[in-house]
Write a protein of this length. Structure first.
Length: 139
């Protein structure tokens, strides 16, 4: 499994903003400091605003700030803002049921992987990343 470029950029952007969460950061500043193409960043920031993770203000003093404290933003929040619902395989999608669902030997494994990943993403906050403690314990 691999983290998408969009998710990586979203976490990098939020981490950058999180170092000074009440300061307004311009799109250009985030783009230049985090080496994210401006057009790509614009799409990411729209998703983060839409999901309520950041606040956007326009005008000469405009920019982006966190809408919540870093301790209230989990990696799951960020993941779902960018990627949508977490699911390991298509058969785990809410509206579809695979024909092999009842007898699939893989399903329990993927289900455990998905539950473990969700737990880790929920337990890891932006604050953890800011403190350099982005590695929550896996039980």
């Amino acid at each position: 499994m691999q983290v998408t470029k969009s998710l990586d950029y979203a976490v990098r952007s939020l981490t950058f903003i999180g170092h000074a969460p009440v300061t307004k950061h311009s799109m250009r500043e985030i783009s230049e400091r985090q080496y994210i193409p401006l057009n790509y960043l614009a799409k990411i920031m729209r998703r983060l605003v839409k999901k309520g993770l950041v606040r956007s203000s326009v005008g000469p003093d405009g920019g982006y700030t966190l809408r919540k404290s870093p301790s209230e933003i989990s990696l799951r929040d960020i993941y779902e803002a960018i990627e949508g619902e977490i699911r390991m395989v298509d058969c785990m999608e809410k509206d579809s049921v695979c024909r092999l669902y009842e007898s699939c030997p893989q399903l329990p494994v993927w289900d455990r992987v998905q539950l473990s990943m969700i737990k880790l993403l929920e337990e890891t906050t932006l604050e953890d990343i800011l403190k350099g403690a982005g590695t929550a314990k896996i039980n």
